[in-house]
Design a protein around this ligand. Structure first.
Ligand code: AMP
Ligand code: MN
Ligand code: MN
Ligand code: MN
Length: 317
C-alpha cells in the first residue's frame, strides 16, 4: 500500500520545534555541504480526517474554528461532512485556509429498518446533484422535525418542536436539538438518556421515513463527482451477516468505500473492519466524526491510522 507523507524541511535557525505534529519521523539528514540552514527533511505520515461536523449541522464549532482546531491537531486534510448540508462550505474563511479541504457531506437514509449514514467525499458542493440532494433532505428534515415534535408531545414532552427549533441554527433541526431541549427544560437528566428513552435507534422519536432512499443518495453523490462511503459501520449494531448483506446492496447501488476507522474504537475492531473492507473490495476511509470537545466524540485527527491491507480512499481524490 502506498502511504502519503507530508515532507517539509526544517530550517535550523527558524525557531521551529522539530517535533512535527502527528506521526512524525526525521526522514533523512541532509549532508553538511548543502545550504546550512536546511538541515533536516522531516516527513510525517499525512493525517486525513474525513469526517467532522460544524455548527451548520449538529457540531458546535464554526467552519473557521473547526479548521483552526484541525491545524492545531496536525491534521493535513480535513473533510467537513455535515448532516445533509454543505452550507459550511459557503462560510469558509476567505483565501488560503492552511489545510487541504476535501468537500464532503453525510447523508441520512434508511435501509430495511436501520438508519444509515452515507458520506459523500470529494464532492462538488455546487453541482446540480448535490444542490438537489441537500434541498430534498432539508425539506425532509423539516417535515421530520414536526413529526418528531408530535410524537414527543404524545409521550408527554411539552413544547418539543418549538424548543428544538429555538436551539437550531437556520432551520436545521436534528435529534440532538430535541435532546438538548429536553435536558434544558428538565424533562430528562442528560442527552444520553434522551436518546436512550426517546430518540435513539428504534425509539419513538427515531423517525427515518422522510429521507431519500439509498439508491438516490448514492446517485446524488456520484453525480456530484464524489465517492460514496458507508459511515461508521460499527454504529448500526448489525450482525456480521446483516452488515455484509447491506454492503452487497450498497456496492450494487454504486457505493465505493467504508469507514474502517471511525473515532474511538478498539484495535480488534479496526482489524475486523479492514478485513471486511478488503473482502468487499472497498476503499477505506477514516475520520474522527468530531462534533464537539467532549467524552463521546474523538478529537480531530486523533484516531488509529488505517491498516496496511486496505486502499485509502484518498488515492482516488
Ligand atoms: P439526526 O441527524 O437528526 O438523525 O441526529 C443524529 C445525530 O444525533 C448523530 O449524528 C449524533 O450526532 C447524535 N446522536 C446519536 N445518538 C446519540 C447519543 N446516544 N448520544 C448523543 N448524541 C447522539
Ligand atoms: Mn451528528
Ligand atoms: Mn453519522
Ligand atoms: Mn457524523
Amino acid at each position: 500500500m502506498s502511504r502519503f507523507f507530508h515532507i517539509f524541511i526544517i530550517q535550523l535557525n527558524s525557531g521551529l520545534n522539530i517535533k512535527a505534529p502527528g506521526r512524525a519521523v526525521i526522514y533523512s539528514q541532509l549532508g553538511n555541504n548543502i545550504e546550512p540552514l536546511l538541515k533536516y527533511v522531516v516527513a510525517h505520515e499525512m493525517i486525513f480526517d474525513l469526517h467532522s461536523h460544524t455548527s451548520f449541522s449538529d457540531g458546535v464549532l464554526t467552519p473557521r474554528e473547526l479548521i483552526l482546531r484541525a491545524i492545531e491537531n496536525g491534521v493535513d486534510a480535513l473533510a467537513i461532512t455535515d448532516h445533509d448540508t454543505v452550507d459550511a462550505y459557503r462560510d469558509l474563511p476567505a483565501g488560503e485556509t492552511g489545510i487541504r479541504l476535501v468537500a464532503g457531506i453525510e447523508f441520512s437514509t434508511q435501509w430495511e429498518n436501520s438508519g444509515i449514514h452515507v458520506l459523500g467525499l470529494n464532492i462538488d458542493p455546487d453541482s446540480d446533484a448535490i444542490v438537489a440532494g441537500t434541498r430534498f433532505q432539508t425539506k425532509a428534515r423539516m417535515k421530520r422535525a414536526l413529526r418528531i415534535g408530535e410524537i414527543l408531545e404524545k409521550k408527554g414532552i411539552a413544547g418539543a418542536y418549538e424548543g428544538a427549533a429555538g436551539l437550531s441554527k437556520g432551520g436545521y433541526i436534528g435529534r440532538p436539538h430535541f435532546a438538548h431541549y429536553m435536558v434544558n427544560s428538565g424533562q430528562v437528566d442528560s442527552v444520553e438518556s434522551a436518546f436512550k428513552k426517546y430518540l435513539g435507534a428504534g425509539k419513538a422519536g427515531d423517525v427515518r421515513q422522510h429521507w431519500a432512499d439509498l439508491p438516490q443518495i448514492i446517485q446524488w453523490i456520484r453525480d456530484g463527482n464524489g465517492i460514496p462511503v458507508l459511515a461508521h459501520p460499527l454504529k448500526y449494531k448489525m450482525t456480521r451477516t446483516r452488515l455484509k448483506r447491506f454492503l452487497d446492496r450498497f456496492i450494487a447501488e454504486g457505493g465505493q468505500g467504508m469507514e474502517v476507522v471511525s473515532g474511538k474504537q478498539m484495535p480488534y475492531q479496526t482489524a475486523d473492519m479492514a478485513q471486511l473492507c478488503e473482502e468487499k473490495n472497498l476503499l477505506a476511509s477514516c475520520g474522527s466524526d468530531f462534533h464537539m470537545p467532549d467524552k463521546i466524540w474523538a478529537e480531530l485527527g486523533k484516531f488509529a491510522p488505517l491498516p496496511g491491507n486496505v486502499t485509502p480512499v484518498w488515492e482516488r481524490f
